[in-house]
Design a protein around this ligand. Structure first.
Ligand code: MOS
Length: 752
């Protein structure tokens, strides 16, 4: 019925739209996972291993069990059966740490859960967890920061299935590099980084017979349900996951971690709801981190700046059992035109918890390396870095040998250079000054994949004139509530304040995981189809209504626009509001379902679909007090249609702030003695905050990408973090003359 459904005269799509759930959040009415209370609720606190490699010999729980108010101390002998989960079709059943908690007595990383204290209050549970004593046979942990690739087979198993370690190859890269007139061969290092969303991981599990309900801070309720159903041997419909508000996740809450089955198993044993909220320190142990990477980049070029060869060989650290793949080479094969290319990866096992997706997994560390190498090569060639990129702009995706669905990177450069004032740059190191400080100007490009997960949604037109849109996706703070409302409003013409959004509950139609910047693109076709079907159903109701002006008309004779149904031939002026039709028919609502298939993982795509952009960064440097600051950033993003330009700019600004942290602050250090993350608090793990954030000007190009969905929205959650660290380190070089190739940039690097 798409042809008869009309857009409202004032669609909220593409406009600055304040978040529809904003008032709930700023008045404290929004309920986050640990805000839900239940009668008989018990509190759980995990006990983490204090070694990173070895075996538990003995676990002494006696004094903990005797404490008043303690309900149980769970461990391997009394937790009950928990199965392993496996990968299922449609990107379901995904889990980065497959070993169920307490499965064996082997300790593979510091902080691995060895017991769980459950008590009447959080304080008692914490006190009990603190007195559980373990005796270990400890061995020296391997947390070595220098990475050498393990002796892996050519094809390795990863979280999403098998991957060949030869990622991409074309031409004869060895010969091309050997004979290239200008060469660069450098290695770039990115550290382990730990996700630190404001809301720590939280779960509340409760059983009603064979029904398991979980309140969880999750980026993917449907996947979490499917994993937990496997772990507790339940049909999917016996598990319900509820996630109404999330205090962000950055990827740490994408896939389930072991705290969740622990809470569920404890609740099963005790017959009471059990809540487990991770303390900040435990955020550094068993809920993922961005793995450390070491990336060798070799570039061959002509003196005129044409790329001849590009090699990207990366190694990342992984845990002892798990197979998170840090896909650093994701953007390498398509980002530039180069006839000879090879991308390979290796892995190095460490006694560290499971790695995980962290905002822009793979491409963010990957583009830091390749964009840094491009900047260094431009400097070597004495060619402006923007011009160097323009010279090597590809016409098609040379990796997949496919056209791009939509790529406007050159226009991003054009707008970015103009807004930043790049033409005033003097390329001589240390040559630019302002108010007594030295300026450094750097830039880099960025890219991020665009695709859709499968999604379903329902739209209801209701007799009180409101609309309800429902989808089992979740809003992790990125604006999904608002996007769903905008889409429903766009299609029905009902204003935003009359649209109710239901999400974050597996009892709703299955929606996408909030990951990979894919959620927005995924919900567009499902919600629009659902709205069309609701409108179609309304037309059938109208034509079947005795005495109505639509009686004896065919549904095809009718049209719908701005909430009004009318005879096409008569025009909308003689239309009837939908709620009036429903009331006259004595119906509560007209409902429609919509569904759309995935494009992510399509083995035979017709286009290469990505978002693109660039960052221009200014740093100030005061050598006399060794003070380095990022003072100004201009970012231009080509991400198709931006559904909500207000939340969209905010999303990119947030990513740039995180990128300042990536460039200058963030890193997790592991103690070589016991393998513990050393800086495991927000006082010691430094993230960029408001005081670190300069003016960040964000511009969007507006080229709807109709290959991805009819609105043309590709998604913007991650791209803003790609490339920014390379732009900042280039600016640091421009100001100081120091090339830093291991993040974060430290003051010591600049004093050398
Ligand atoms: Mo993002 S790392 O896909 O949550």
């Amino acid at each position: 019925m798409a042809a008869t459904a009309g857009s409202p005269t004032t669609s909220p799509i593409g406009r600055d739209t304040p978040r529809v759930e904003g008032p709930l959040k700023v008045t404290g009415k929004a309920q986050y996972t640990s805000d839900f209370h239940f009668p008989g609720l018990l509190y759980a606190v995990p006990v983490g291993a204090t070694i990173a490699n070895g075996r538990i010999l003995e676990l002494d729980t006696a004094s903990a069990e005797k404490m008043p108010g303690v309900r149980a101390i769970f461990h391997r002998a009394n937790i009950g059966k928990i199965f392993r989960s496996t990968l299922q079709p449609n990107f379901q059943g995904v889990c980065e740490e497959r070993r169920p908690p307490f499965e064996d007595d082997i300790i593979r990383y510091y902080g691995q859960y060895i017991a769980l204290a459950v008590a009447d209050t959080f304080e008692t549970a914490k006190a009990a967890a603190d007195v559980v004593r373990a005796t270990y046979a400890a061995e020296k942990p391997n947390v070595e920061t220098h990475l050498e690739a393990d002796d892996d087979p050519d094809e390795v198993d990863t979280t999403f299935g098998p991957r060949h370690r030869l990622d991409s190859q074309r031409g004869d890269v060895d010969a091309a590099f050997a004979s290239a007139p200008v060469k660069l061969d450098q290695t770039y290092v990115t550290p382990s980084e730990t996700h630190n969303p404001l809301e720590t991981h939280a779960t509340t599990a409760m059983w009603d017979g064979a029904m398991l309900t979980l309140y969880e801070s999750s980026q993917g309720v449907v996947n979490l349900r499917n994993v937990l159903a496997q772990m507790f041997d339940l049909p999917n419909e016996n598990v319900r996951v509820i996630t109404k508000f999330v205090g962000s996740g950055f990827g740490s809450k994408l896939w389930p971690w072991t705290l969740c089955p622990l809470a569920a198993a404890a609740a099963r044993q005790l017959g009471k709801p059990v809540r487990l909220v991770l303390p900040r320190k435990m955020m550094f142990h068993a809920v993922g981190h961005r793995p450390r990477t070491q990336q060798r980049v070799r570039i061959g070029a002509t003196p005129e700046g044409k790329l001849i060869s590009l090699q990207h060989d990366y190694i990342y650290q992984r845990s002892m059992l798990d197979a998170h793949h840090e896909d650093c080479g994701e953007a390498t094969p398509f980002h530039y035109s180069v006839p000879n290319l090879r991308v390979t990866f290796g892995r190095a096992k460490r006694n560290i918890g499971g790695g995980a997706d962290m905002r822009g997994p793979g491409a963010v560390p990957g583009l830091y390396a390749t964009e840094s190498a491009m900047n260094e090569m431009a400097y070597q060639l004495k060619i402006d870095p923007v011009k160097f990129r323009i010279i090597n702009e590809p016409k098609i995706d040379e990796g997949l040998r496919l056209p791009f669905s939509s790529r406007h990177l050159l226009e991003c450069f054009e707008l970015g250079t103009e807004k930043f004032g790049w033409s005033r740059r003097n390329p001589v190191v240390g040559s630019m000054k302002r108010d007594g400080v030295t300026l450094g100007w750097g830039m880099a490009g960025c890219a991020w994949i665009a695709a859709r997960f499968p999604a379903a949604a329902t739209v209801e037109l209701r007799a009180d004139g409101t609309v309800r849109v429902a989808c089992a996706t979740q809003d992790i703070g990125t604006g999904t509530y608002t996007n769903l409302a905008q889409l429903a409003s766009h299609r029905t013409g009902v204003p935003l304040d009359k649209v109710e959004v239901a999400l974050g509950d597996t009892s709703l139609p299955e929606g996408p995981t909030s990951g990979g910047s894919l959620a927005t693109a995924s919900i567009v076709p499902a919600v629009l189809a659902a709205a069309d079907n609701a409108i179609a159903s309304l037309m059938t109701i109208a034509t079947g209504m005795t005495g109505s002006r639509f009686e004896n008309r065919q549904p095809d004779d009718l049209a719908f626009s701005d909430g009004v149904i009318f005879v096409k031939a008569d025009g909308p002026a003689n239309g009837v509001p939908f709620d009036e039709i429903l009331r006259r028919a004595n119906l509560r609502l007209a409902t429609g379902s919509g569904k759309a298939e995935a494009t992510f993982g399509n083995p035979k795509p017709k286009f290469s679909t990505h978002s693109f952009g660039c960052h221009f960064a200014e740093v100030t440097w005061q050598p006399e007090i060794a003070r380095l600051r990022v003072s100004r950033v201009v970012t231009v993003i080509d991400a198709g249609k931006i559904l909500n330009t207000l939340a969209g700019r905010n999303q990119i600004q947030g990513a740039v702030v995180m990128g300042i942290g990536m460039a200058l602050l963030e890193h997790t250090s592991y103690d070589p003695q016991n393998g513990a993350p050393i800086n495991s608090s927000l006082a010691d793990y430094i993230v960029a905050v408001n005081a670190d954030s300069p003016p960040i000007d964000v511009y969007f190009l507006d080229y709807p990408d109709k290959e991805i969905n009819e609105v043309g929205a590709r998604g913007i959650g991650e791209i803003g973090l790609a490339g920014i660290a390379a732009a900042i380190t280039a600016a640091v070089h421009h100001a100081t003359g120091v090339r830093v190739r291991e993040l974060p940039v430290k003051i010591e690097d600049l004093l050398a």
